[in-house]
Write a protein that binds this ligand. Structure first.
Ligand code: IMP
Ligand code: MG
Length: 192
């Protein structure tokens, strides 16, 4: 059994580290898209990264958002609950997500966006968690390659909690599954 006192969450990336990640990835996207790009963020976890990243992309950007229902492992599928507003046909698109874990969600969204016939389509993930990958989705722009722990903060949640922590933390998923609130006091005290 995981004891939270012995296995406390650790800070993977400070706010300054995350700004540096956004600057590096933004420069990569800028270099690859001299004529501009459509950034498509994945709600909700991709929002803080999209906000920081978009300001580091130094070519004209259009922003759109998509949202999917949580992946239904039993039925082996998910569905779009908020679709694109823009017509991206013939335009370069980068899908910006908070985390690529098994890859199921990103794979689904890439297929969905490909149906709109963009001129190019790439995936950008703040966290590229390769250890648990089930589908070989190409993460063209990877912010961080974290260890195989549960990530919290900077948009990433457990059961809706912890999203607004300014840094990115790694915690034990078994401890969170026992009690989703377990690290609230600890982590919000750490950022005051
Ligand atoms: P997938 O397994 O690549 O389909 O990831 C699906 C979704 O699981 C992500 O978009 C996140 O919402 C969530 N997720 C997976 N791993 C983590 C994590 O470590 N922290 C927070 N959310 C996660
Ligand atoms: Mg989530």
């Amino acid at each position: 059994m995981v004891e939270p006192e012995r296995d406390p969450p650790t800070l993977l990336a400070s706010p300054a580290d995350l700004q540096a990640v956004a600057a590096r990835v933004g420069a990569e996207i800028t270099a690859d898209h001299p004529d501009g790009v459509v950034l498509v963020g994945v709600l909700k976890g991709g929002v803080p990264f999209l906000a920081d990243l978009s300001r580091q992309v130094r070519v004209p950007v259009d922003i759109d958002m998509v949202a999917v229902a949580p992946y239904d492992g039993a039925r082996g599928r998910t569905r779009v609950v908020k679709d694109l507003d823009l017509d991206v046909r013939g335009r370069p698109v980068v899908l910006v997500t908070g985390i690529v874990d098994t890859g199921l969600t990103s794979d689904f969204l890439l297929r969905h966006l490909a149906e709109r016939e963009p001129s190019s389509l790439a995936l950008c993930g703040l966290a590229d968690k390769r250890a648990r990958r089930l589908l070989p989705v190409p993460v063209t722009y990877a912010g961080l390659q974290p260890p195989d722990r549960f990530l919290l903060g900077y948009g990433l949640d457990f059961a809706g909690r912890y999203r607004n922590l300014p840094g990115l933390w790694a915690a034990e998923s078994s401890a969170l599954a026992e009690d989703p609130d377990r690290y609230l006091a600890l982590l919000y005290a750490a950022v005051r």
